[in-house]
Ligand binder design. Structure first.
Ligand code: C2E
Ligand code: MG
Ligand code: MG
Length: 706
């Protein structure tokens, strides 16, 4: 054996040993080799093994006589082949490993994905359940509509409830068909309907519909449509939300009604009237027509309200509104021309109404309507057990002659209405330019009166009040006059009402009270200690809070005892607020002051309150006295007043006694006191002092009456 063969055998053995070493127990032994060298060791072993096997294969099995160095080359070729095989095996081995790992990873991924899908599915189920619960709990009816065939994909519980259908009966059917089965739109659905808009534009839309349903009549629905889009922006479904807004609509209508209509009479109120007037003027201007504004104010409504109470006052206003409306309707026959605006009536507040006459061709048409309104009001009203007669004063201003804007027309109709009142009420009056003049005059009077107070131009006249039996002067009534530098002596009725329209009445009233009390002190000083002073108190003064304070300070300033002062109040002043009157009158009583009701019989007095109020006397109005000698009825009225006064323990003074016959009759009726031209006209201070001095306090000789 040559050395190479020996080397090959040795190497084969070494390779074999090495191969053995690669077996399990051997491998364990290999573990002794540092891990970093294990692969190199193994490769080295295999190389040697293959080299030797190759050599042996050629040398021993093929018996080829290969000489060195071919033997070496052959061994190297085998070694190269072995390396190649090794690489291939390694690659296969690695690939298998890789496949195995990938398979394992895929399995893990699959498991994870499955779990995720399961989790997501559960979450989806939960969220769809949640969505369903939310949708079902909503009061709005919701339907999800497929855009391809407009059929319903899904609905919520409210939708089913509203239409009384089950899910099966709804899903898959065209939405329009389902909704219109129960609701009939009051107006045909228009092109603007959001059921089409959203489909075309892909934008959300909203509209309101008024529907009529067999079950609950008219109702209002607000419809919202919201598109559900694909990722490419195409509308896939439309969410159709229909909300019943009937309650909101009704509330809106109610609020609108409250804002524009008077709650008592149901007529348009002042706010709405302004709109109506603007509309009327616009219409009249555009069509070159005339129209009229008529202001209607009830005469003496305040007195009715004060005496019969607010409940009666309210029902009177309601009944008046009804009659005016009726009269306006029935006066349609007056109209020669029909305006699409019609004639309207509004309540401005209090007892004031306003009519806009749009249907007129001649100025006189307004007078015909006014006549009809007045005659309709003339019949008595029967309200809560009371028979009430009421009249009205009407002022008319015609567009464009009396004003071509809303404010001027209103102002002029108002002036005309006041003019109608000043002419004796219960009439209508067209506006004339002169009325503006008289309004200006009123302003002039007010300014003059203010100056008059400063210049001391007011004077007091005094008229005796006598005992009917003895004609002894018991008291004097202080009556104011205005010593005007140009107009001469101006009677109170020409300036007191003007003063009452401003704060001036308080200045005038205070001056009168002061002057009268001072004058009485002089009369008492002259020896006529039995005389009392009566002072007229306007309603405005009576309602002033500091009245009692003011009067007691005047008494204190003039040193007059309260028992010598008598205050004359009108029925309306007392009856306006009887509870408050009782309180004020009691305080005045505590100062010793006497209280008389002036012009008794011209107003409304509640007998109930007359019993309670702390009064001393009633002054029967001149109108009841002037006719007693001619008219039996006047005597009857006077008898009734006297009997009532007696039962209430009140003294009676007959006002305006002018004749001996009246005096004689009053004496037979046992009327206790009197005042009038028969005894004396109102006299200035000097005159009354003379009268008292001459007649010694009794007018027996002056009248010759026995
Ligand atoms: P009155 O308080 O009823 O006063 C009686 C009025 O009747 C007085 O008119 C008087 O002159 C008039 N008179 C008296 N006797 C007769 C008569 O026999 N025949 C006729 N035809 N008339 C008679 P006068 O002075 O013009 O006063 C009118 C009204 O002015 C008064 O009515 C009173 O309401 C008011 N007045 C007068 N002075 C004042 C005042 O100082 N303050 C207030 N607030 N009002 C006053
Ligand atoms: Mg009087
Ligand atoms: Mg009087």
């Amino acid at each position: 054996m040559n050395p190479v063969t020996i080397l090959a055998v040795i190497l084969v053995l070494a390779g074999f040993i090495f191969l053995m070493l690669s077996l399990r127990p051997v491998r364990q032994a290999m573990d002794l080799v540092p891990a970093a060298f294990q692969l190199q060791w193994r490769i080295l072993g295999l190389l040697i093994l293959f080299f030797c096997l190759g050599y042996l294969f050629f040398d021993l099995i093929l018996l080829t006589d290969i000489t060195f160095p071919l033997e070496l080359v052959t061994g190297l070729v085998f070694a190269g082949g072995a390396i190649f095989v090794f690489i291939v095996i390694n690659i296969c081995h690695n690939s298998l490993d890789w496949f195995r790992q990938t398979d394992r990873k895929l399995r893990i991924l699959n498991d994870t994905l499955e779990k995720q899908v399961e989790r997501r599915t559960r979450a989806l189920e939960r969220s769809s359940q949640f969505l369903k619960t939310v949708l079902d709990s909503l009061q709005d009816s919701i339907a999800i509509i497929n855009v391809d065939d407009h059929t319903i994909d899904n609905v919520n519980a409210s939708f089913l409830e509203e239409f009384g259908l089950s899910e099966k009966e709804v899903v898959g059917r065209p939405c329009y068909e389902v909704t219109h089965q129960r609701r009939t739109p009051c107006a045909p659905p228009d092109d603007e309907c959001p059921m089409s808009h959203t489909l075309e534009s892909g934008e959300p839309a909203m509209c309101e519909h008024r529907h009529r349903s067999e079950a609950d009549g008219h109702h209002y629905v607000e419809i919202h449509t919201v598109p559900v889009k694909n990722s490419d922006g195409r509308v896939r479904q439309v969410v159709h939300i229909s909300r019943n807004i009937t309650k909101r609509k009704q509330d809106e209508l109610r609020i609108r009604h409250m804002a524009y209509y008077d709650s008592l009479t149901g007529l348009p109120n002042r706010t709405y009237y302004r709109k109506l007037l603007a509309r009327s003027l616009d219409h009249a201007r555009r069509h070159d027509r005339i129209m009229a504004t008529m202001i209607i104010d009830l005469d003496s409504f305040k007195r009715i309200n004060d005496t019969l109470g607010h409940a009666v006052g309210d029902s009177l206003l309601k009944s008046v509104a009804k009659r005016l409306r009726f009269a306006l309707r029935s006066s349609d026959c007056v109209a020669r021309f029909r305006s699409d605006l019609g004639n309207t009536i509004s309540r401005l507040g209090g007892d004031e109404f306003i009519i806009l006459l749009n249907e007129m061709t001649r100025v006189q048409d307004a007078a015909m309507v006014a006549d009809r309104l007045l005659s309709e009001l003339a019949a008595p009203f029967f309200l809560e057990g009371h028979e009430v007669v009421v009249t009205a004063s009407i002022g008319i201003a015609v567009f464009p002659a009396d004003g071509d804007d809303a404010d001027t027309l209103f102002k002029n109709a108002d002036l005309a209405m006041y003019h109608a009142k000043s002419l004796g009420k219960n009439k209508y009056q067209y506006y004339t330019e002169s009325m503006n003049v008289s309004a200006r005059e009123r302003l002039t009077v007010e300014n003059d009166l203010r100056r008059a107070l400063a210049r001391n131009e007011l004077v007091l006249y005094y008229q005796p009040q006598v005992s009917m039996k003895t004609l002894e002067i018991r008291g004097l009534e202080a009556l104011v006059r205005w010593q005007h530098p140009r107009r001469g002596l101006v009677p109170p009725l020409e300036f007191i009402p003007v003063a009452e329209q401003s704060e001036l009445i308080h200045l005038v009233g205070e001056w009168v009270l002061h002057t009268a009390c001072r004058q009485l002190r002089k009369i008492h000083a002259a020896g006529h200690r039995q005389v009392r002073m009566a002072v007229n108190l306007s309603n405005h003064q009576f309602t002033r809070e500091d009245l009692v304070e003011k009067i007691s300070s005047v008494l204190a300033a003039t040193g007059l005892e309260g028992r010598f002062l008598e205050l004359e109040l009108t029925e309306s002043a007392v009856m306006q607020n009887p509870q408050q009157a009782v309180c004020v009158l009691q305080q005045l009583r505590e100062l010793g002051i006497h209280i008389a009701v002036d012009d008794f019989g011209t107003g409304y007095s509640s007998f109930e309150w007359l019993k309670i109020l702390p009064l001393d006397s009633l002054k029967v109005d001149r109108n009841f006295i002037s006719g007693i000698t001619e008219r039996r009825e006047d005597v009857k009225i006077l008898e009734a007043i006297l009997a009532m006064a007696e039962s209430l323990g009140l003294a009676v003074i007959a006002e305006g006694v002018e004749t001996e016959d009246q005096l004689a009759l009053l004496r037979t009726l046992y009327c206790s006191g009197g005042q009038g031209f028969l005894f004396s006209r109102p006299l200035p201070a000097a005159g009354i002092m003379d009268l008292l001095r001459t007649h010694g306090g009794s007018l027996l000789s002056a009248t010759n009456g026995q």
